[in-house]
Design a binder for this molecule. Structure first.
Ligand code: 4AZ
Length: 264
C-alpha cells in the first residue's frame, strides 16, 4: 500500500516537474492563446524570425534599431496576425518594408537608443487578428520588482526558435544592480535611464528574452514600456535582459517620425 502511494507520488512529481520547469519557454514562458496578441509583428528573413516588433500605426512597426542588419535584403518580410510565424496561416498579412527609420542617435557599441520604425509597403487591415498597440501617454519609469511580460518567437531553452508565439513574465531589476552585472564584462555597457532591465528571479525557472525576440515588447501592467534590446546570453540568473525604455523622448520621436513620413 505505502509503496503504491509512493509510486503514485513519484509519478505525479515526474509529470509536474517538467511541466513546471521543463518544456515551458521564450526562455521560461509559454505559448500564448493563438492571436491573443494581435499587435505582434514578426520580422522574417530566409524563413527565420529574426526580430519581433509591435504595430503602432496602420503602416508602422516599432522594433529595435539593431534589427536593421540586412533589412534591405529582398526576402525580408513583416508578418502580422501570426501565431506560428513559419506557417502560412489564413489570419496573416505579409508586408515588404518600404522604409526604415533607425533612431538618429542609435549607437551600436553603447547600445543607446536601440529603437527603429519600419514603414510597411501598404496599410494593414485591422481586424480581430491584426490590431494597433497604443503608445504610452507618458514615459514614466517602471519600479524595480514590477512584473512585466515579454513576447516573441525567439529561442527557447531548447536553443531552437519557437514555433508559436511565446510570452514570459519578467521582473524589473534595479538599474544600479543591473549595471554592476554589465560593468564587469570585458566590454562594459552603461545601463542608462533610457534602458530597463528585467529578468526571472526564481531559483529553477529562468525567464528572459533571447535571440529572435529583439524588437518585441515589454509590457508592464498593460502598458507598452520597453523593447527587447540586448543581454548577455539568455536566462543567466544574474544577467537580466536589457530593454529600450519607452521614454517621453522616444514617444515624441515616434510621433514626429510617423507624422512627417505618412499616415499613422
Ligand atoms: C539577441 O541576441 C538577444 N537575454 C536578445 C535578448 C537577450 C539576449 C540576446 C536578452 O537578440
Amino acid at each position: 500500500m505505502t509503496s503504491n502511494l509512493l509510486a503514485l507520488l513519484l509519478s505525479v512529481i515526474a509529470i509536474i516537474l517538467p511541466l513546471r520547469y521543463g518544456c515551458s519557454d521564450i526562455i521560461g514562458g509559454h505559448c500564448v492563446r493563438a492571436h491573443s496578441r494581435p499587435f505582434m509583428a514578426a520580422i522574417r528573413r530566409m524563413n527565420i524570425t529574426v526580430c519581433g516588433g509591435v504595430l503602432v500605426g496602420r503602416q508602422w512597426v516599432l522594433t529595435a534599431a539593431h534589427c536593421n542588419y540586412r533589412l534591405e535584403e529582398s526576402d525580408t518580410r513583416v508578418v502580422l496576425g501570426a501565431h506560428q510565424a513559419s506557417k502560412a496561416e489564413k489570419e496573416q498579412q505579409r508586408f515588404k518594408i518600404m522604409r526604415f527609420f533607425s533612431h538618429p542617435q542609435y549607437n551600436r557599441s553603447s547600445k543607446e537608443n536601440d529603437i527603429m520604425l519600419l514603414k510597411l509597403d501598404r496599410m494593414a487591415n485591422l481586424n480581430k487578428y491584426v490590431q494597433l498597440f497604443p503608445l504610452p501617454d507618458t514615459g514614466e519609469d517602471i519600479k524595480p520588482g514590477t512584473k512585466c511580460s515579454v513576447t516573441g518567437w525567439g529561442r527557447t531553452s531548447s536553443g531552437k526558435l519557437s514555433k508559436c508565439l511565446r510570452e514570459a513574465t519578467v521582473e524589473i531589476v534595479d538599474r544600479k544592480v543591473c549595471e554592476r552585472k554589465y560593468n564587469k564584462k570585458q566590454k562594459p555597457v552603461n545601463i542608462t535611464r533610457n534602458m530597463l532591465c528585467a529578468g526571472g528571479k526564481m531559483r529553477f525557472s529562468k525567464r528572459d528574452a533571447c535571440q529572435g525576440d529583439s524588437g518585441g515588447p515589454l509590457i508592464c501592467g498593460r502598458k507598452f514600456s520597453g523593447i527587447v534590446s540586448f543581454g548577455e546570453k539568455c536566462g543567466i540568473g544574474d544577467r537580466p535582459g536589457v530593454y529600450t525604455r519607452l521614454t517621453e523622448k522616444y514617444i515624441n520621436w515616434i510621433k514626429k517620425t510617423v507624422s512627417r513620413n505618412g499616415e499613422a
